[in-house]
Design a protein around this ligand. Structure first.
Ligand SMILES: Cc1ncc(COP(=O)(O)O)c(C=O)c1O
Length: 385
């Protein structure tokens, strides 16, 4: 399906709302029926009905159609956060006694899901280095139900070979799920490569303006219906119509924002890679990246987030660099218009800082929509400080 068609037309039945160009925000909790027979039909299969906005809502439906098509998948569910789009499908697809093989170092709250929440229901997880596909195979148990991926992750960007892991899982009858937030569907389409479920924090690139928290999962109609019919309705992690509308608006400019961010990131990374105060840059599309060839093979482009290891002897030097930046906000998250920075040392106690540990000197940068030269000159002056 053509990208322009998906973003501008798919799911939008404008004749139903005065041919308005922008879709309406159907801000209602419930919907009425003409007679009892229609009411009964809706209650019998809420997945197919417009009954109550915890399930289906027309504004959210437009967004679902577009997000499913962007991934090349059959259907999508949209949630009130990215982590809900991971937690709810896992709760729907796993049961007591099941085992998961997860890539090491997924997003921090995903780790907590595997280590704290799922064990309450008797579900165990083995974490493996996902850079080698055989590590997944070696960790499989008789009760392994799902392989969980995040390629790349958002601090050190290790990749998994998606078609190879998908083929392994299919040969064993095991489900696969990925967090595709780093790439967005513009730069990577895991469903097309054989991954069953594709989750994404829509807070990041889909929203694109740092004003909505949301998540999406896409997959086959059968799996999405299974999630919808039970855990989606029961946990109630749905998005509001207003936020769905903001995400539809975000989608209109997704490809050009991603293109801009990727171009600027390349310029910023190239500059920093050659800077004497930088030990190394970590970015999947930089030739120094250990999995550069795999990145080129399965991703269309990369951008936004990258990390760098600062040459520093003390925590004060790391902090001084970050505090001296004038055009980067010190903040979590990413995917918006504004550039951001997080020193990994922010999550350790100051007395624990160890300059011989390069992780403590690692700084994650998000390159937003500002001019690349504007950002480069800011980084340069802060490195001089
Ligand atoms: C890679 C990744 N996955 C998932 C999430 C969770 O998304 P949300 O914050 O929208 O719940 C985040 C949030 O930062 C993330 O970075």
């Amino acid at each position: 399906m053509d990208l322009s068609y998906i973003l501008n037309e798919l799911g939008e039945e404008r004749e139903n709302y005065f041919n308005a160009i922008a879709p309406p925000i159907i801000q209602t909790s419930n919907f009425s029926f003409r007679n009892v027979a229609e009411f009964r039909t809706a209650l019998a299969d809420e997945y197919e009905a417009i009954l109550y906005s915890r399930g289906n809502n027309p504004t959210v439906d437009i967004l679902r159609k577009k997000l499913a098509a962007l991934d090349g998948a059959e259907d999508a569910l949209v949630f009130g956060s990215g982590i809900a789009s991971i937690a709810v499908p896992l709760l729907a697809l796993l049961k007591q006694g099941d085992h998961v093989v997860s890539v090491a170092k997924p997003y921090s709250w995903t780790v907590k899901l595997f280590e704290r929440l799922l064990p309450k229901f008797g579900i165990t997880t083995t974490f493996v280095d996902g850079t080698k596909t055989e590590n997944f195979e070696n960790a499989l148990q008789a009760n392994t139900k799902l392989i969980y991926l995040e390629s790349p992750n958002t601090f050190t960007y290790e990749l998994q070979d998606l078609p190879a892991v998908a083929a392994l899982a299919k040969s064993k009858g095991i489900l696969t799920m990925i967090d595709n937030s780093y790439c967005s569907p513009i730069n990577q389409q895991p469903y097309v490569m054989g991954i069953d479920l594709v989750a994404q924090s829509a807070t990041k690139f889909i929203g694109g303006h740092s004003d909505v928290v949301a998540g999406v999962v896409t997959g086959s109609k059968a799996i999405i219906k299974k999630i919808f019919d039970a855990e989606f309705l029961n946990i109630g992690g749905n998005i509001s119509p207003m936020n769905a509308w903001l995400l539809i608006r975000g989608l209109r400019t997704l490809p050009i924002r991603i293109q801009r961010v990727c171009e600027s990131t390349r310029k910023v990374v190239d500059h920093l890679a050659a800077h004497p105060r930088i030990e190394r840059v970590i970015f999947p599309f930089h030739p120094s990246f250990p999995q550069y060839e795999l990145a080129k093979k399965q991703m269309k482009d990369a951008g936004g987030l990258f990390s760098m290891v600062l040459k520093a002897n003390t925590l004060e030097e790391v902090e001084k660099f970050c505090n001296s930046l004038k055009h980067f906000f010190l903040a979590v998250s990413w995917g918006g218009h504004e550039s951001l920075v997080i020193p990994s040392a922010v999550s350790i106690k100051p007395h624990e800082f160890d300059a011989t540990n390069s992780t403590h000197r690692l700084i994650r940068i998000y390159v937003g929509l500002e001019d690349a030269d504007y950002l480069i000159s800011d980084l340069k002056q802060a490195l001089e400080v």
